[in-house]
Design a protein around this ligand. Structure first.
Ligand SMILES: Cc1cc2nc3c(=O)[nH]c(=O)nc-3n(C[C@H](O)[C@H](O)[C@H](O)COP(=O)(O)O)c2cc1C
Length: 325
C-alpha cells in the first residue's frame, strides 16, 4: 500500500490492517526536518498491529537521513524508504523527492549513511524520469548507482515527474505511464527487488504486472475501494486474511473509533479513511453520508452504528421474507 500524504496516517493504516495482514504499509512521507526539529513522537508513533510497516522519509542530507533511520529503528519500523518520487522542485538545502533523481550519487550517499546507521532494509521509491528526460538509461543509471550503495529494493512509479508547471496531483495523472520501463529494470537487475507502482486498478492488473516484476504497490484505487484489500492475503500471499465480511470489519473499526472517542480525541479524522468500505454495495452512499455528517462528531461511534443499523439496514428476517416471496 503506497505512502500518501494526509491519507496513510496511523488511523488509515490500522483500518487497512483489518482488511489485510500481509500487505506492507507505508507511512506518509515525513521530512527529516520535521523529525529532527519537530515532535518526533507525533510523526512516528504507531500501533503494533500495523506491522509490517515502513517509514517513508523525505530528505537528502546523509547525516540527517542516518539520524532519522536511527529513530525509525528505535520506534520499531520494519523498513526505511526514501522518497525520490515526489514532484517538488529543488530548494537549496533540504531537497527531497524526484529532483534527487538528478543526483544519484547524493541518493547513494544517503542510502549508505542509513545502512551504516541501522540494520533495517533501506529502500527507495522513485519515478522513471524527471521533466522531459524519456531515456531508459536515465532510470537505469539511477538504479545502478543507488544499488551500488547497497539498496536492493526499488519501488518505481512508472511515470515521469514534471517538476515545472504541474501540481503534485497532476503529476500523478498526466505524465504517461510506461510500465515496460519498470519491467526492463527487472530484466537488467534480476538480483534486485523491483516493485511497480502507478495506475493499478484491479487484482487482475496486479497479477499481470507480477509476471514481470517482484511486487506491486497500489495507492488511490485501494484507498478509495478498501474492500479490494480483503482479497490480497489469500490471492497474493497464500494466507487467510483477517476480514470475513464488511460487517465484521465495520464492527472492529468502530471499536477502534470508540477507543479514540473515549480518549477524548476526534474520531471523524480517522473515520474519513474508511468511508469507502461499502463502495459498490447497496446503501453505500447513505452509509458514507451518515458517517461524514459532522453533527455526529460528539457521539460514541458504536452507538451511532447501532442507530444507523436500526434505521437504515433491512434486518435479516425482512430480507428472508422478500426471498421467500
Ligand atoms: C493524496 C496522495 C498523497 C501522496 N503522498 C505521497 C507521499 O507522501 N510519498 C510518496 O512517495 N508518494 C506519495 N503519493 C504518490 C503515491 O504513493 C503513488 O506513487 C501514486 O499515487 C501512484 O500510485 P496509484 O496510481 O496506485 O495511486 C501520494 C499520492 C496521493 C494520491
Amino acid at each position: 500500500m503506497a505512502p500518501m500524504l494526509d491519507w496513510t496516517d496511523r488511523h488509515c493504516r490500522y483500518f487497512h490492517r483489518l482488511l489485510t495482514r500481509q500487505t506492507r504499509l507505508y507511512t506518509e512521507m515525513v521530512t527529516t526536518g520535521a523529525l529532527l526539529h519537530g515532535d518526533a513522537a507525533r510523526h512516528l508513533d504507531f500501533d503494533p498491529a500495523e506491522h509490517p510497516v515502513a517509514l517513508q522519509l523525505g530528505g537528502s542530507e546523509p547525516a540527517d537521513l542516518a539520524a532519522c533511520a536511527r529513530l525509525a529503528k528505535q520506534w520499531g519500523y520494519d523498513e526505511v524508504n526514501l522518497n525520490c518520487g515526489c514532484p517538488s522542485e529543488r530548494v537549496q538545502k533540504g531537497a527531497f523527492g524526484a529532483c534527487l533523481m538528478a543526483e544519484p550519487q547524493l541518493v547513494a550517499d544517503g542510502v549508505k549513511a542509513m545502512r551504516d546507521a541501522v540494520d533495517l532494509p533501506v529502500t527507495v521509491k522513485h519515478r522513471i524520469g524527471i521533466d522531459q528526460v524519456e531515456r531508459y538509461d536515465f532510470v537505469r543509471d539511477f538504479v545502478g548507482t543507488v544499488a551500488d550503495a547497497g539498496c536492493t529494493v526499488f519501488i518505481v512509479h512508472a511515470r515521469n515527474a514534471w517538476l515545472k508547471g504541474l501540481s503534485p496531483k497532476e503529476n500523478r495523472d498526466i505524465p504517461p505511464l510506461r510500465p515496460e520501463l519498470v519491467y526492463r529494470l527487472k530484466q537488467d537487475f534480476p538480483h534486485l527487488t523491483i516493485v511497480l507502482n502507478g495506475g493499478v486498478r484491479s487484482d487482475d492488473e496486479i497479477d499481470a504486472h507480477l509476471a514481470h516484476v517482484d511486487g506491486v504497490m497500489v495507492g488511490r484505487q485501494a484507498y478509495h475501494d478498501p474492500w479490494m484489500m480483503s482479497a490480497w492475503d489469500a490471492r497474493f500471499f497464500g494466507q487467510t486474511g483477517p476480514a470475513d465480511g464488511r460487517d465484521s470489519v465495520e464492527t472492529r473499526w468502530f471499536d477502534y473509533l470508540d477507543r479514540i472517542h473515549q480518549a477524548g480525541r476526534p474520531w471523524p479524522t480517522a473515520m474519513r479513511h474508511a468511508l469507502g468500505l461499502w463502495n459498490g454495495e447497496r446503501g453505500a452512499r447513505l452509509w458514507r453520508q451518515y458517517w461524514s455528517d459532522h453533527r455526529h462528531k460528539s457521539s460514541l461511534p458504536s452507538e451511532l452504528a447501532r442507530q444507523f443499523n436500526a434505521r437504515s439496514r433491512p434486518n435479516p428476517v425482512e430480507l428472508q421474507a422478500v426471498t421467500v416471496e
